[in-house]
Design a protein around this ligand. Structure first.
Ligand SMILES: *Cc1c(COP(=O)(O)O)cnc(C)c1O
Length: 470
C-alpha cells in the first residue's frame, strides 16, 4: 500500500470509527450467532495475490462487525467493562503508527520516561503511598503471576530461579474462595501447585474471613509448610467484595507472608477519596494491581502494577544477553526486566492521553456518577417486592435475582433467572452476565461503561421487570 492510499483509507477508517461510536447503540450489544457462523464466511485458504483494501474493509463491515459483542455500547452491563474513550483510541492509533518496541530505555527513551511519569501520576491519583513504584503490565493476570514469582524468589533467596524447587521448599498461597481464577492459574504456572493454594472461606459479604486465614496458616505451618503469599481482593469479580486489608495485612506481618492486592476492577474507584477506605492497611502490602483498561477509560491492554521492592522484582526477572547490553543501563529503567515479556507496547501513551484529556477531576466525576447510578438502581431493585439483592453493593456491581412472591424452590429460582438472562440478552438491547453466590444463580449488572447514563440504566431496569414478570 502506497502512502497516499494509506492516507485515504485512514481517513475513511476514521470516518467509520466516528460513525460507529456515534451510533454504537444501534448494534445489538451481543450478537445472536451460532458457533461457526463467522468461520463459514471466511475462505479456508489465504489469498495468493494481495487484495484491494476496499474489499478487506467491506468484509470487516459485513462479516466481522455483525459478529462482535459491542463492549462500547453503554448498555453493556456484563462481566467488567473493557472501556475505551476517544483520547485513548487516538493514542492507540499513534502507538500503532510508531510501532516501537519499549523493552528498554535505549529502544525508546520517551516511552520509558513517560511510563515512569504516568505511573507516578496514577499512584498519586489512587492514593497509594510514595513507597510504591509502578510499571505497566498487559493484564492483571500477568501482574499477579509476577507478584507470586517475586515472592517465591525473594523468600527463597533467589534460589528457585537458579536451581528449581527442592524438597525443602514447601510453600502455600492463600486467597478467598471468591478470588479471581488468575490466582489459581498463577500458582500453577509458578510451580507451587494448586494443591498448595488455600481458598479461605468468606463472610456474609463475600469477603475473606481473617480468622479463617490465620487458622489455615497455622495449620499449614504445623504441617511443615511456609506461608508464602496472600492475595487479597479489593473488588472480587463475582460481587466486588472487599477483603479486609488491615486484618489480612496484620496476619501477613505476623507470619512473614508476602501480600499482593488484586484490585483489577475496583482500583479505579480509589480516584475518589471517599473510596480510599478500601486501602486502609496498605502499609503491609507488597504489590498492588489494578486495570485502567477496565474502568479508567483506557483501551485494553493497560494494567498498572505497583511494587514496593523494585529490586526484588528486577532480580526475579532480569536477563542480560550480550545483544541487549547498553551503556546507560545503570542509570535508567529497562522495563524488560520488570516482568515476563521482552517486547512491550507503548501503553503509557494512551494512559497519558486519557489522564490529560479528562483531568483527574473528569475521571472522578465519571466514576462518582457510575457509583450514584448504581445506588439509585439498587434502591429500586430493593423496593420491588419481587426482586432480591444478593450481595452488598459497595461499588457499582449489583448482584440480584428475580424472586416472585409465591414460594419457589432454589432450583426453580435458578432456572427462572438463567432463563430471564437468556431472554434479556437475546433482545440485543442490553447485556448482563451471572455469577453464583452461596450456590445460587445470580444476575450481575455492572454500571461502569464509559458512556452509560441514567437513560440506559432506566431502560435496562424496565426491560428486566418486563421480561421477568409473567
Ligand atoms: C478482571 C479481573 C482479573 C483479570 O484481569 P486481566 O487483566 O484480564 O488479567 C483479575 N482479578 C480480578 C478481581 C478481576 O476482576
Amino acid at each position: 500500500m502506497k502512502n497516499d492510499e494509506f492516507r485515504r483509507h485512514a481517513h475513511d477508517l476514521v470516518d467509520w470509527m466516528a460513525d460507529y461510536l456515534e451510533h454504537v447503540e444501534r448494534y445489538p450489544v451481543k450478537p445472536s450467532l451460532k458457533p461457526g457462523d463467522i468461520t463459514r464466511q471466511l475462505p479456508g485458504h489465504p489469498p495468493m495475490e494481495g487484495e484491494p483494501f476496499a474489499s478487506i474493509f467491506d468484509d470487516f463491515r459485513e462479516i466481522i462487525v455483525p459478529g462482535m459483542t459491542h463492549w462500547q455500547n453503554p448498555s453493556f452491563f456484563a462481566y467488567f467493562p473493557a472501556n475505551s474513550s476517544a483520547p485513548s483510541i487516538l493514542a492507540e492509533m499513534l502507538i500503532a503508527t510508531l510501532a516501537a518496541q519499549c523493552m528498554s530505555w535505549a529502544t525508546s527513551p520517551a516511552a520509558t520516561e513517560l511510563e515512569e511519569r504516568a505511573m507516578e501520576w496514577l499512584r498519586e491519583m489512587i492514593g497509594l503511598p510514595a513507597g510504591f513504584t509502578g510499571v505497566i503490565q498487559d493484564t492483571a493476570s500477568t501482574a499477579t503471576l509476577c507478584s507470586i514469582l517475586t515472592a517465591r524468589e525473594a523468600r527463597s533467596d533467589y534460589t528457585i530461579n537458579s536451581r528449581g524447587f527442592t524438597p525443602e521448599h514447601r510453600v502455600t498461597v492463600y486467597c478467598s474462595s471468591e478470588a479471581h481464577s488468575s490466582v489459581e492459574k498463577a500458582v500453577k504456572i509458578a510451580g507451587i501447585g494448586k494443591e498448595h493454594l488455600r481458598k479461605i472461606p468468606v463472610d456474609a459479604a463475600y469477603a475473606m474471613k481473617p480468622d479463617a486465614l490465620e487458622t489455615a496458616i497455622r495449620t499449614d505451618i504445623a504441617a511443615g509448610y511456609s506461608p508464602l503469599c496472600v492475595i487479597a481482593a479489593l473488588g472480587t469479580t463475582g460481587s466486588t467484595a472487599i477483603d479486609p486489608l488491615r486484618a489480612v495485612g496484620a496476619i501477613c506481618r505476623t507470619y512473614g507472608a508476602w501480600l499482593h492486592v488484586d484490585a483489577a476492577f475496583a482500583g479505579t474507584a480509589l480516584v475518589l477519596p471517599e473510596c480510599r477506605w478500601m486501602i486502609e492497611g496498605i502499609e503491609e502490602v507488597d504489590t498492588f494491581v489494578f486495570n485502567p483498561h477496565k474502568w479508567m477509560f483506557t483501551n485494553f491492554d493497560c494494567s498498572a502494577y505497583f511494587v514496593r521492592d523494585t529490586e526484588a522484582l528486577i532480580r526475579t526477572f532480569e536477563i542480560l544477553p550480550e545483544y541487549l547490553k547498553t551503556s546507560e543501563a545503570e542509570r535508567v529503567n529497562n522495563y524488560r526486566d520488570w516482568g515476563i515479556q521482552l517486547g512491550r507496547r507503548f501503553r503509557a501513551l494512551k494512559l497519558w492521553f486519557v489522564i490529560r484529556s479528562y483531568g483527574v477531576a473528569g475521571i472522578q466525576e465519571k466514576v462518582r456518577y457510575h457509583l450514584a447510578l448504581t445506588q439509585g438502581l439498587a434502591e429500586k431493585i430493593k423496593a420491588a417486592g419481587d426482586f432480591e439483592i444478593m450481595a452488598p453493593v459497595p461499588l457499582n456491581t449489583i448482584c440480584f435475582r428475580y424472586r416472585p412472591p409465591h414460594v419457589m424452590g432454589e432450583a426453580e429460582l435458578d432456572r427462572l433467572n438463567a432463563d430471564l438472562m437468556e431472554r434479556l440478552n437475546a433482545t440485543g438491547k442490553l447485556f448482563l452476565t451471572h455469577t453464583k453466590l452461596g450456590g445460587h444463580f445470580t444476575l450481575r449488572l455492572v454500571i461502569a461503561q464509559t458512556n452509560v447514563d441514567a437513560r440506559h440504566v432506566d431502560e435496562a431496569w424496565a426491560m428486566i421487570q418486563q421480561l421477568a414478570r409473567p
